[in-house]
Design a protein around this ligand. Structure first.
Ligand code: MTE
Ligand code: MO
Length: 348
């Protein structure tokens, strides 16, 4: 068996995988997804993608205390010990950066198991005033530099319903070990089923707000990448940045069977609609056909592996695209061909 890479064939250099590139808000580490197999789906922390690395401001933070204030009768402060004492396993959740846009790797996506405290439970420790409607979670960013790829200032505003529905939690550990500095130590937010931009790292403050506040600079920065179709003025009008059903190939295996060359395409699927059947096509002049095997992920917030046997008719370049078989399943990024990847076939 031989493995063929899938990605982009435009000849541009492809970034190395699994190593930290750049600094601060410009830092990235891409996870190598090409090795994924069904019985080892979790990403080890050392390989988990990074979008924004810890700077000196994070390492020198005097205390890990988080304040819960704003429109509450009496603000409180919670220390790391208190949060750790209340923390429990929260399950495995995929985190994907909304800017996971490079077909060379699509590696701004990983799966970890998390430990933490539901944000709901933290909010239950304060008494909101009658005008409290929204909840802002703020994290520390390094504002000492003008970053090239992103603005500093990390905060996201949620409705109480967003918090309940997603099961958002303050994480104190990932993969059974304390958070690392690059992943938001000592405490970060994780918002299952939403793009990573809402999962604020290095949390410092939780603030209850009225319902008339504007979207934060972070929300505005991510408006296009989270497919907002209304200009985002008020935080309450921001549409939930939900990760809809998505899938792409991670490798193509070339096998010889009875003297015949056949290919097996292996891919990952995640996002909403875990039970939805997938269809695949290899050229835009060809019809989509059902994916041979695509078992549902074991939970709606994790990912699963699909496989498809393929017999290309001729050597050449193919563009592998997927979509839900049922067109009513929300899958905006698949409809936009966001995750299309190319492969070069030499032998048939
Ligand atoms: N304070 C802070 N939190 C942040 C960010 C940031 O730049 N600063 N980036 C967000 C984005 S865009 C993503 S995709 C996730 C990435 O989390 P990870 O680096 O642990 O994978 O963190 C989010 N939380
Ligand atoms: Mo992101």
């Amino acid at each position: 068996m031989r493995e063929l890479p899938v990605g982009r064939l435009d000849g541009r250099p492809t970034p190395p995988l699994g190593v930290l590139l750049g600094r601060g808000l410009d830092a990235r580490r891409f996870t190598d997804l090409s090795r994924l197999v069904p019985d080892a789906l979790l990403t080890p922390t050392a390989d988990f993608y990074i979008r924004t690395a810890a700077s000196a401001v994070h390492r020198t933070r005097p205390s890990a205390a988080i304040t819960v204030g704003g429109r509450v009768t009496k603000p409180i402060t919670m220390g790391l010990r208190e949060l750790e004492a209340a923390a429990s396993p929260r399950g495995a959740h995929v985190l994907e950066c909304a800017g996971n846009a490079d077909p060379a790797n699509f590696g701004l996506m990983s799966l970890a198991s998390w430990t933490g405290v539901p944000l709901e439970a933290v909010l239950d420790r304060v008494t909101p005033t009658p005008s409290a409607a929204l909840v802002q979670v703020t994290g520390l960013d390094d504002a000492s530099v003008e970053w090239e790829s992103s603005q500093s200032g990390a905060s996201w505003i949620f409705t109480r319903d967003d918090i309940r529905r997603t099961g958002a939690f303050l994480a104190t550990a990932m993969n059974e070990a304390p958070l690392t500095p690059n992943h938001g130590a000592p405490v970060r937010l994780v918002v299952p089923t939403w793009f990573g931009c809402a999962s604020i790292k290095w949390v410092t403050e939780i603030t209850l707000l009225g319902d008339d506040v504007p979207a934060t600079s972070q929300m505005r920065e991510f408006a296009a990448r989270t497919h907002q179709d209304r200009p985002s003025g008020a935080a309450r009008d921001y549409q939930a940045p939900v990760v809809e059903l998505a899938a792409f190939p991670i490798r193509v295996e070339q096998w010889v069977n009875d003297g015949r060359t056949i290919y097996r395409v292996v891919g990952v699927r995640w996002g909403g609609a875990p039970d939805a059947a997938l269809a695949i096509r290899f050229k835009h002049s060809e019809p989509f056909v059902p994916v041979e095997s695509s078992p549902a992920p074991t939970s709606p917030t994790t990912w699963g592996i699909w496989t498809h046997t393929w017999q290309p008719e001729a050597p050449g370049r193919y563009q592998i695209a997927l979509k839900p078989r049922d067109a009513s399943v929300p899958a905006r990024r698949l409809e936009l061909f966001f995750y299309t990847r190319e492969v070069e076939i030499v032998e048939v």
